[in-house]
Each structure stands twice: as structure tokens, then as C-alpha cells.
Design a protein around this ligand. Structure first.
Ligand code: FAD
Length: 292
């Protein structure tokens, strides 16, 4: 630890000397390195005209250079804006065409809400908060930084069941904005959980082991340090999948069933930009804003 940090800690906590005492810590997730697939202008590769910038974009790999998350939000937003300014100058969709696309989605949301809201009249209590907390707890317990294949599969089965029968399970108070918000929030969260758990399950089925910031428990593996629980034995990744990128797609069947398809593709090479000294880059920028 650097001396000023050590001194500051000592000053604020006189009873604790970090040179001698152990510090109890807790861990939280700092960044999601996966995300929606985008090209180098942060345009979705699945949906033209959709630019998911920031942490929503899958712009990092298993590892991410520390501090690069905020830079990525700024660089991604800037590049998306440059592309939009250069290439998407046409008129927006007219309202009739927009309504044709949007109306089924709005009707679908309305029907979902009406169904979940119907049972409150029978005296059933609002359960949106309870179900939301349960979904969040399940993911922390089964897919946090220490996981097991069994735990992941169990969570996947439970999330699939919750997602499939969601509007039958939920009791929404239609007079409460919070309750209505939670219905859609829970659907979004469960959908994301289903995608991530399916991706993790696929990784494990391909022989994936501990890497990045995740420890997959393995009784045949090593214990990171004496004194830790036996459940923390793990096998360290040997880089076998380093050149591969996992991509998954969420599909809805006609019967409303959800499924995730996973595929692996080779990592794209780092582009050889060649002659990119300042005069060339500046000339290109003046010609077309660097968008090509
Ligand atoms: C503890 C911690 C420390 C970190 N330290 C660093 C660091 O030192 N350096 C670094 O580079 N990165 C760091 N990061 C990561 C970085 O902060 C994030 O990756 C980055 O802020 C993500 O930016 P974003 O705009 O994509 O998303 P967010 O900053 O999460 O913004 C999303 C916004 O959308 C809003 N929102 C969500 N749902 C809805 C909705 N339905 N309607 C309207 N609004 C909605 C949210 O309220 C939020 O304001 C840290 C993260 C954490 C948690």
C-alpha cells in the first residue's frame, strides 16, 4: 500500500494498523465486460440504427484495463455521434411507419400489465418487491465471483421458470407507479439473467474453468490459500479459449418460450492502421471526419 493511503487509513481508524492487522473487506461488481455486440462505431451488429454505448456495449473481453470503463463510455459515445452525423442524415421514420412498428410492442406491454394487475382485485398483495429481491439474491448467490457449475444450472432452471410464468406469478398494484415499474424491471432483469446464465453454462460445457475475476469451484483443484474453505478449490484456465469470443442470441419461440443460442468466433485481429502519423490522421479527419 502506498504510504499516504496507509497514513490516511491509520488517521481515520486509529485502532487498526494495516501493517499488522487484517482488514475485513467485501466485494462488489465493478463492471460487466460482456454486453451487446457492436461494431467499431458502437452500432449494434444485430439492430441497425441502435447504438448501445457505455457499459451496455460488449467492448471489453475477459479482462479490462483498469480505468478503461469511463473512457469507453466517452469514446463510444463520440464515435457513435460521428457516425450518425456522417451517415444517418436522412429523415426520421414518419409517424405512421413508426406506429406500425411500435404499436404491437405497446399492446404487448399493455396486455402483460393488465394480466399481472388483474389479481389485486381478488385481494392478493403486491409481490413485485419480494420477487425482485429474490431474483437479485439468486444471481448474487449462484453467479457471483465464486460459482459452481451446479449452482449456475440450478439458477438457470429457476430463472427460466420465473420468466416463463411471470405475468401469472406477479401481483401488480396498478395504482402504484413503483409497482408497475417493477414489473417491467423484473422482466428485464430476468431476461438478462437468463442470457448471462445460459452463456456461463455454455462456457462451462465447453470445458471453461476459472479465469478473469471468476472462481469456479472444483473439488479436484487447488486451494488458493491454506485456511480457506474446501469449497474454494479451483482449476486455473490455461488460455485455451483466449483467441475465441463467445456470442449469444436470445430467441423467442412462437409459444413464448425463450432460448439462448451460443456460438464462438475467432477474436478479430488488432487492426494494422499503418501510416497513422499525425498529418495523415488530421488530413483524413478534415476530409470526412475520419468516418469511413
Ligand atoms: C464502485 C465502482 C467503481 C468504479 N470505478 C471505476 C474507475 O475507477 N474507472 C473506470 O473507468 N470505471 C469505473 N467503474 C465503472 C464505470 O463507473 C461504469 O462502467 C460506467 O459508469 C458505466 O457508464 P454507463 O453510462 O454505461 O452506465 P451508468 O453510469 O450505469 O448509467 C446508466 C444510467 O441509466 C439510468 N437508467 C437505468 N435504467 C433506466 C431506465 N429504465 N430509464 C431511465 N434511466 C435508466 C441509471 O439510473 C443510470 O444513471 C466503477 C464502477 C463501480 C460500480
Amino acid at each position: 500500500m502506498n504510504p499516504p493511503a496507509y497514513d490516511l487509513y491509520r488517521e481515520k481508524n486509529p485502532s487498526l494498523d494495516l501493517a499488522r492487522d487484517r482488514l475485513e473487506i467485501d466485494v462488489c461488481v465493478q463492471h460487466n465486460n460482456g454486453g451487446l455486440a457492436v461494431d467499431c462505431w458502437w452500432q449494434s451488429t444485430a439492430l441497425t440504427g441502435f447504438f448501445p454505448v457505455g457499459e451496455a456495449a460488449g467492448a471489453h473481453g475477459v479482462y479490462r484495463p483498469g480505468g478503461a470503463a469511463l473512457n469507453s463510455t466517452q469514446v463510444g459515445s463520440m464515435r457513435a455521434a460521428q457516425w450518425i452525423a456522417a451517415r444517418r442524415q436522412g429523415e426520421p421514420l414518419d409517424m405512421t411507419a413508426f406506429a406500425a412498428v411500435a404499436t404491437p410492442a405497446v399492446e404487448n406491454a399493455g396486455a402483460f400489465l393488465a394480466h399481472a394487475g388483474a389479481r389485486i382485485a381478488d385481494g392478493d398483495p403486491d409481490n413485485t418487491g419480494v420477487l425482485l429481491a429474490r431474483a437479485q439474491r439468486l444471481m448474487s448467490e449462484r453467479a457471483g465471483l465464486v460459482r459452481s457449475a451446479q449452482g449456475v444450472r440450478d439458477a438457470l432452471r429457476r430463472v427460466r421458470a420465473m420468466l416463463t410464468g411471470l405475468s401469472d406469478r406477479m401481483v401488480v398494484d396498478l395504482s402504484s407507479r413503483r409497482s408497475v415499474d417493477r414489473l417491467f424491471l423484473l422482466r428485464d432483469i430476468l431476461t438478462s439473467q437468463f442470457v448471462y446464465l445460459s452463456a456461463i453454462d455454455d462456457y462451462l460445457r465447453r470445458g471453461g474453468v476459472s479465469r478473469g475475476s471468476v472462481l469456479y469451484t472444483d473439488a479436484a483443484g487447488l486451494l488458493p490459500e491454506e485456511g480457506l474453505p474446501e469449497s474454494m478449490r479451483y482449476v486455473l484456465d490455461d488460455g485455451a479459449l483466449d483467441e475465441q469470443v463467445q456470442e449469444v442470441a436470445l430467441r423467442y419461440g412462437a409459444d413464448g418460450e425463450v432460448a439462448v443460442e451460443a456460438a464462438w468466433r475467432p477474436r478479430r485481429p488488432i487492426p494494422d492502421t499503418g501510416d497513422d502519423f499525425f498529418e495523415n490522421v488530421w488530413r483524413d479527419f478534415r476530409e470526412d471526419g475520419g468516418v469511413r
